[in-house]
Design a protein around this ligand. Structure first.
Ligand SMILES: Nc1nc2c(ncn2[C@@H]2O[C@H](COP(=O)(O)OP(=O)(O)OP(=O)(O)O)[C@@H](O)[C@H]2O)c(=O)[nH]1
Ligand SMILES: [Mg+2]
Length: 365
């Protein structure tokens, strides 16, 4: 049953798998490099304490004698060194944009990789699409119709071609936006509808309705025999860092059921942890500190438990929400997430492209 009990969770009892070593993926691919987390050392400088309500308590002691101090973020110590290495430069942004623009599937039959964004209502699915489009457009835009109501905004299946710089070329990537997932079995996207999208049966623009499941007889434009290009090639789950501990308990079961079914279809999955700026004040001020924040590292662990996946598949993201101007560091984090997604999308083509399948069958014989 794809329904979750609607109850407020006062705190998940997850084992909090905090990553302390370089993450590895089951397929040998290391999506992002990670530096080992070492013990936290005293640091000299300004002590920044964050209260529970995220307001900041600062003790600027520049005029006093230097003394051992710690930096606290949300009650947690700041890590001495980042647990994933990132290059926060304009050059890195350019090189990621080039990599994404020139991405070609290892499968000639499929013009673009279709990536489905899946997550609870308001987790930031549409915002991620808008933010990525903004990076390539060179200015902040909202073309994916980001919602502002907790009741949910996106209702249709809508695919967005990610275009290269200033709309010049299509990249090899299509991001598919959907309605928020069902958390109570009554509203939102159901397991049946999600799997229909992944299999490629659902036509573009289909308006989801929980009381009208997608079906060959009822759904206008239902794709009876989807080809490889109609299918979803990678699923990116989207979860909100600021809601990780308050999501309904049943959501974890829902995610795990979903992941099992999607994996059975041979589709790889990754996850985006949005709203990181809302759980760590320091990261809100300067996104380059995202991998030095103990708070975010802990939330990543909780997200991993919620989704039932290793943290090596999860990347933090700060979407553009209220900003009017682009910021290079935010862009690097967003583009790194796209690069991460593309690596897993490509694995699908490696497994399913007709020429590779023939080769695999020949080798198996
Ligand atoms: N501060 C902050 N706000 C965000 C972030 N991502 C999304 N938001 C805000 O969260 C709200 C919901 O974002 P959407 O992108 O509409 O979420 P969605 O998952 O598409 O929601 P539905 O379509 O309703 O399921 C909007 O007000 C966004 O501006 C983020 O990383 N940081
Ligand atoms: Mg949306």
């Amino acid at each position: 049953m794809f329904s979750s009990v609607k109850e407020k969770n006062s705190g998940f009892n997850f084992g909090l798998p905090v990553l302390t070593t370089k993450p590895s993926s089951s397929n040998g691919l290391t999506p992002l490099t990670a530096a080992p987390t070492t013990s936290v050392q005293p640091a000299f400088g300004t002590t920044t304490l964050t209260r529970d309500d995220n307001s900041e308590v600062t003790d600027s002691s520049e005029t006093r004698e230097p003394r051992p101090q710690f930096t606290f973020l949300g009650g947690q110590l700041k890590l001495e060194s980042p647990w994933r290495n990132m290059d926060w430069t304009e050059e890195r942004k350019t090189s990621l944009m080039e990599t994404i623009t020139s991405y070609r599937r290892s499968c000639e039959e499929v013009p673009q990789a279709r990536v489905l964004l899946l997550g609870p209502v308001s987790s930031g699915k549409s915002s991620f699409i808008s933010s990525v489009q903004s990076v390539f457009n060179g200015r902040v835009t909202n073309r994916a119709m980001v919602g502002s109501f907790s009741s949910g905004f996106t209702k249709k299946l809508q695919s967005f071609n990610i275009r290269g710089k200033k709309g010049e070329d299509h990249t090899g990537l299509v991001l598919c936006d959907t309605m928020g997932m069902s958390e109570d079995g009554m509203t939102g996207l159901t397991l049946h509808d999600i799997l229909s999208v992944v299999k490629g049966h659902v036509p573009e623009g289909h308006k989801f309705s929980p009381d009208q499941p997608v079906s060959a007889s009822e759904t206008v434009g239902y794709v009876k025999r989807p080809s490889l290009k109609d299918k979803v090639h990678c699923v990116a789950f989207v979860v909100d860092a600021s809601k990780i501990t308050t999501y309904p308990k049943g959501l974890s079961t829902t995610f795990k059921q979903l992941r099992k079914h999607i994996s059975d279809l041979g589709v790889h999955q990754v996850a985006l942890l949005t709203h990181v700026d809302q759980v760590c004040l320091q990261t809100a001020k300067d996104v380059t500190g995202v991998y030095e924040s103990r708070t975010i590292q802990d939330v990543m662990g909780k997200a991993a438990a919620l989704l039932g996946m290793s943290t090596s598949y999860i990347v933090p993201v700060k979407n553009y929400s209220s900003e009017l101007d682009l910021d290079v560091n935010t862009d690097v984090l967003l583009l790194s997430a796209v690069d991460h997604i593309l690596q897993y999308a490509d694995m699908y083509f490696q497994d399913n492209a007709p020429q590779n399948k023939e080769l695999k069958t020949a080798l198996d014989l």
